[in-house]
Ligand binder design. Structure first.
Ligand SMILES: *Cc1c(COP(=O)(O)O)cnc(C)c1O
Length: 413
């Protein structure tokens, strides 16, 4: 069959891969062990000579493998590995592909727990330099002889900064560096990091892809663009595989298998169901987020609004050029930070909760919660003010959302 469109590919993926009994969905395989008629086959699975086989569920099940195929297809990659959470996927990349003495350059604007993980990497002897990656020049200036990898997020949470994705891609290609892009906020429905030369793509499946706040999961996808045979940190055991496969193979063995943050079949099933409506949901959420951002920008009680779909956003042009929509993530500041608690409490629809990419609109004050532990210095360097609110736009009817803000913001007049 010809290469299918984005949503067609997801909703028919399981059936086209040969669902049992004509099932249109891959069943939830709960077996931990997988047995074989002939022991040669068991040996083949262990040695990797029998492709597509399963032996022990920590390394994957037919249900997680079906989800991995879907993510690979969504990201137009050559392979994916699913993990129990997005953080597990990110941790597996850093711990299996970097070694003590290596240097990582990261955007300064990253997810709070990723930022915290960098602290752990430093204790293990991995150097991390964080730069303002909205300029590729800042990344270039940070590169040293021991730099191995560059890490960015497509749209940073909560400030919505967008790195110079193309410029950094060109730089990494020129310097032979692995380019890791966290695509969680945009998701492959809005953007494929392969288009800017990413080597590995991370998605927290928990957010946009699962989309209903009902399952945790993460995925790492290899775009096939990076030449792992030239990467110094691949163990000899994995050098025997074709060069394109070496990176992901090492992440699967040393990361998923040895560290054990495996996705369960039940969660994989739930994520796969969410993925079926991914494109529909992000289109609606992006539309709602843009309408809310435009409404808030005009409201006298509101200071700055951070949303890449607004012409006032510093990276508006990049968002227009690279993304199919500006996503559900939007942040804004009340002019009167002292009214923040009352305003948020007055909101009836948005759920006062952390979390992102849900069908329901979620709202959270940033400084006293998700970036509390980071401390005032990190908050300042990331542009997070005390009055900043982060919103994840849901799929509700926009008139209801705006009416709700209208009444709540009266308290901040
Ligand atoms: C939530 C998030 C993660 C971590 O994902 P979990 O599934 O919650 O572990 C990583 N990166 C970004 C950008 C996120 O928003």
């Amino acid at each position: 069959m010809n290469k299918q469109g984005f949503t067609t590919g997801i909703v028919h993926g399981d059936r086209n891969a040969g669902g049992e009994h004509g099932g249109v969905r891959q069943p939830i395989h709960t077996s931990v062990q997988y047995g074989f008629e002939r022991v040669e086959d068991l040996i083949g699975v262990f040695q990797g000579t029998k492709k597509g086989g399963f032996n022990y569920a920590r390394q994957g099940t037919p249900t997680t493998a079906a989800l991995e195929r879907k993510i690979t297809s969504l990201e137009d990659g050559i392979g994916s590995i699913c993990f129990s959470t997005g953080m597990a996927g990110i941790t597996a990349i850093f711990l299996t592909l970097l070694r003590a003495g290596d240097h990582l350059v990261s955007s300064r604007y990253v997810f709070g727990n990723t930022n915290s993980l960098f602290g752990t990497l430093r204790t293990l002897g991995i150097e991390v330099t964080m730069v303002d990656a909205t300029s590729a020049e800042n990344v270039a200036n940070a590169i040293k002889p021991n730099t191995r990898m560059v890490f960015v997020e497509t749209i940073a949470n909560p400030g919505t900064q967008i790195p110079d994705l193309e410029g950094i891609g060109a730089l990494c290609r020129e310097r032979g560096l692995a380019y890791v892009v966290d695509n969680t906020i945009t998701s492959p429905a809005l953007f494929r990091p392969k288009a800017v030369g990413a080597s590995l793509v991370v998605n927290s499946l928990t957010k946009t892809i699962a989309g209903h706040g009902a399952a945790l999961g993460g995925a790492v996808t290899d775009t096939g663009l990076f030449d792992w045979s030239a990467y110094p940190n691949i163990a000899d055991d994995y050098r025997k595989s074709p060069s394109k496969e070496q990176g992901l193979l090492q992440v699967r063995k040393k990361g998923l298998r040895d560290m054990g943050a495996s996705l369960s079949s039940e969660q994989a099933h739930s994520i796969a169901m969410g993925a079926e409506t991914l494109a529909l949901r992000v289109a609606k959420c992006s539309e709602n987020a843009l309408a809310l951002a435009q409404y808030l920008e005009k409201h006298e009680a509101i200071g700055r609004v951070f949303y890449p779909g607004l012409k006032s956003h510093p990276q508006y042009e990049i968002a227009q050029a690279l993304f199919k929509g500006a996503s559900w993530l939007l942040s804004f500041e009340l002019r009167r930070a002292d009214r923040m608690i009352d305003v948020v409490n007055a909101l009836q629809l948005p759920v006062k909760a952390t979390g992102l990419g849900d069908t329901r609109t979620l709202i959270i004050p940033v400084a006293p919660t998700i970036f509390f532990e980071a401390g005032p210095e990190v908050r300042k360097s990331m542009g997070i003010s005390d009055g900043m609110l982060r919103l994840s736009a849901g799929i509700e009817d926009i008139d209801d959302l705006i009416a709700d803000f209208e009444q709540a913001l009266e308290l901040a007049a």
